[in-house]
Design a protein around this ligand. Structure first.
Ligand code: AMP
Ligand code: MG
Length: 318
């Protein structure tokens, strides 16, 4: 093995560029090695910001806000990225038997307003919201038009957009000849290559409900994305019951706020993001079966019990 003295190492790999930004409602961290590293970080930041402008539910001029206004009226011309992510979201809805559904917004909103009132929604309210939630109803028209057939429908890309953005960052690093880089969008991690010294990147796995950095293990990865979805941090309370920020679109009821989390490892960060959410919605038992049936690499953490799919045995440490 060749040992490089630090000075030479810096000349060969370039000192890393590091950058932190607040984007897509979360903390975004980049660490990139190479001559063009700082420029690449800026390009990646601009790309995440562009996607945020297309998909933010808080911006009245975003494409998802326009789609919500035009629901039940007419199809909307959208950017190629929006067509791409919604076409994937539609397929994922079918693939996950409805557990993953980017049209779940009306149910999430109903439960949030119930939390504000302190009383669970009525059966009628639930029925009305459920009638609007249907991932299969998203209409994809060539070239680049999307329609939502029912007034009141809307799109929420909160469970897949950060993964899509991470893939775009890795593509930008690649295009600029970068061989070692990491981007972390609030726990949605994607890495290019390994670390410059040849070792893999180590991604910690957080214990649900604990402080950040309180980990039950880690995964060592190269050229992969690691995304965790957990029943914690962003939940709410209705009366005496605490719920998670995730909804089960098939029942219309939010998941319980318990100590269950799912981490998915995949070359596509978008799929890792969407599938970690979907497996969480399925619940521990079905999630493990589903992951094995479909060769999805996943770590399930359920109240202290860790389950790994076989593809991750060599990458996991504790
Ligand atoms: P994640 O942290 O990736 O699991 O995504 C959580 C976000 O996805 C939530 O804050 C909601 O905006 C949205 N969401 C909630 N339930 C679902 C669901 N069943 N399918 C897709 N998106 C959902
Ligand atoms: Mg997700």
């Amino acid at each position: 093995m060749i040992r490089l003295i630090p000075h030479v190492k810096d000349v060969v790999f370039g000192a890393p560029a590091e950058r932190s930004d607040r984007l897509m409602g979360t903390h975004v961290y980049q660490r990139v090695y190479g001559l063009d590293a700082a420029h690449c970080c800026e390009l990646a930041r601009a790309e995440i910001s562009r996607l945020e402008q297309l998909w933010s539910v808080f911006r009245p001029n975003s494409e998802v806000s326009t789609l919500a206004r035009q629901a039940g009226l007419s199809a909307v011309k959208v950017a190629p990225d929006t067509l791409a992510i919604l076409s994937q979201a539609r397929s994922l809805h079918e693939f996950t038997d409805g557990a993953f559904d980017v049209t779940a917004g009306p149910l999430i909103e109903l439960w949030r307003s119930a939390a504000a009132r302190g009383v669970a929604p009525t059966a009628d309210e639930l029925d009305s919201a459920r009638a609007l939630v249907d991932g299969a109803s998203i209409e994809l028209h060539e070239p680049c038009k999307i329609g939502l057939p029912r007034a009141g429908q809307r799109i929420d890309l909160g469970a897949i957009g950060k993964g899509y953005a991470a893939d775009r960052c890795i593509a930008i690093y690649n295009q600029h000849g970068i061989r070692h880089g990491l981007v972390d969008l609030g726990g949605n991690v994607a890495v290019l290559g390994g670390k410059p010294d040849g070792s893999p990147w180590r991604v910690g796995l957080q214990i649900p409900g604990r402080e950040r950095g309180d980990a039950f293990g880690w995964l060592e990865v190269r050229d992969l994305s690691v995304v965790t979805s957990g029943n914690y941090e962003r939940g709410y309370q209705v009366g005496k019951t605490r719920y998670s920020h995730l909804i089960d679109p098939r029942t219309g009821v939010p998941l319980p706020d318990d100590a269950f989390s799912v981490t998915v490892v995949h070359a596509s960060s978008m799929l890792a993001d969407a599938l970690s959410t979907a497996l969480l919605v399925m619940g521990p038992q079905r999630a493990y079966e589903f992951a094995l049936e479909h060769s999805i690499d996943a770590v399930l953490y359920d109240a202290g019990v860790i389950q790994l799919t076989p593809g991750l045995f060599s990458m996991f440490g504790a």
